[in-house]
Ligand binder design. Structure first.
Ligand SMILES: NC(=O)c1ccc[n+]([C@@H]2O[C@H](COP(=O)([O-])OP(=O)(O)OC[C@H]3O[C@@H](n4cnc5c(N)ncnc54)[C@H](O)[C@@H]3O)[C@@H](O)[C@H]2O)c1
Length: 384
């Protein structure tokens, strides 16, 4: 095989952009042969925009059509694990959109199933892993230059969403439609990067405030505290009602400090690690000498190019190359459960008012989520 025939399941906002990436021939060695959506309006769009691509109303029919070697699953999140498994079961390489799902037991099942299909490529659209600043941060951490992590803090409050966003209806911003608010919709990329760079925490304390300055029933203001096995700590703050908001990631290690803010990375490398310095130092308020300061920037144009052409295209190209040449994926599908575990743990801690030690109690999470889906019916009655 020298060309991968793709199908896209769910051609709404994100799925249709993926269609256009194929239409513009951005995906080398990949062609779009089939799409699927349950919406007549999306069928009309497909008939007009990609008339040569076969349209299906049912994903099983697409998967069994013999027209595709690989699929991209871009439906609302609850369906990702189920459709992902259906595709893999039919011998089709599968790339799911983020988040991997809404609750970890469903994603664990998907991962376990994918692990039995060793000849198939299973990926997740964590396109922000392609951002050169996060990649460079990962390199610094993996090479040991930052030293052992002491602290990781991310404040990402630049997701401004007015009431009009929540009033557009549909599945967004509901427990029944997507299983939450800011954590599950806006933050899966950051929660993935939080663990990609900082590793998985061992304990989580979360405060996920519902309906702050908005008439909504899901969280839009979150503060979470993390503890790690090595004694490090972390904080993750997000909201969708701050404006202009902040997006600052700061990781402190024994050998330096890394900050990413305003599309700029600054790495301060110490001449000697703090632990080593402290072991011999006799002064009361010393300064540890700095060996090097490294600054890297992404320009606004560079960022725009990345968003429009680059990040998702890079994941799609990498996925195609993994199928054709066996090259390793930047974002393997199996990784999807990690960020989702953090998200679920923050919710669960907030719901129970208690710290959550990982692994989370999946049954309790699902029971609490089900309660909120029930309560949402009452909320919607009152809202009308
Ligand atoms: N990677 C990213 O940067 C990124 C950005 C936006 C959205 N997403 C993810 O993509 C997914 C879709 O988001 P969106 O904004 O495109 O939503 P959307 O509502 O615009 O599109 C979803 C589409 O799926 C269709 N659909 C629903 N059930 C279906 C089914 N059973 N079979 C086939 N089609 C079905 C809907 O009719 C709709 O057209 C979400 O999980 C979201 O988190 C990822």
């Amino acid at each position: 095989m020298d060309t991968v025939r793709y199908g896209i399941i769910g051609i709404g906002k994100m799925g249709s952009l993926h269609c256009l990436r194929f239409k513009s021939k951005l995906i080398k060695h990949g062609i779009l042969t089939a799409v699927c959506d349950i919406s007549p309006e999306r069928r009309e769009w497909a008939d007009k925009t990609i008339p040569k691509v076969k349209f299906f109303e049912n994903h099983i029919e697409l998967l069994e059509s013999g027209l595709v070697d690989a699929v991209i699953v871009a439906t609302p999140h609850y369906l990702h694990p189920e459709i992902g498994k259906a595709a893999l079961a039919r011998g089709i390489h599968t790339l799911i959109e983020k988040p991997a799902g809404v609750y970890t037991s469903a994603v664990r099942e998907l991962n376990e199933f994918a692990a039995t299909k060793k000849d198939l490529v299973f990926g997740i659209m964590y396109n922000q892993r392609t951002n050169p600043l996060y990649r460079y941060a990962k390199e610094l951490i993996d090479s040991g230059r930052l030293g052992e992590m002491k602290r990781i803090n991310w404040i990402v409050t630049d997701w401004y969403r007015p009431q009009a966003y929540y009033d557009q209806g549909g599945w967004r911003g509901t427990w029944v439609g997507e299983g939450g608010g800011a954590l599950i919709n806006q933050c899966p990329h950051q929660l993935d990067l939080f663990q990609w760079l900082g590793g998985m925490p061992s304990k989580v304390v979360g405060y996920a405030k519902v309906g702050v300055k908005r008439n909504i029933n899901v969280e839009n203001d979150v503060t979470a505290y993390f503890e790690y096995e090595n004694g490090a700590s972390g904080v993750f703050i997000t909201s969708t009602h701050d404006f202009p908001g902040t997006n600052r990631l700061e990781i402190d290690g024994d050998k330096g400090k890394l900050v990413i803010e305003n599309n700029r990375l600054e790495f301060t490398e110490l001449a000697v690690g703090e632990t080593e310095f402290n072991a011999v130092n006799k002064k009361f308020m010393p300064k540890i000498p700095v060996k090097k300061k490294i600054v890297k920037r992404v320009t606004k144009l560079g960022l725009l190019m990345q968003l429009v052409y680059g990040q998702h295209t890079a994941i799609l190209r990498g996925f195609t190359s993994a199928i054709l040449n066996g090259t390793p994926l930047l974002a393997p599908g199996q990784d999807g459960i990690r960020g989702l575990t953090i998200s679920n743990a923050i919710h669960l801690s907030s719901w129970t008012g208690k710290p959550v030690v990982l692994p989370i109690d999946e049954k309790l999470f699902e029971e609490e989520l089900a309660k909120r889906i029930e309560e949402e019916k009452e909320f919607n009655k009152k809202k009308v």
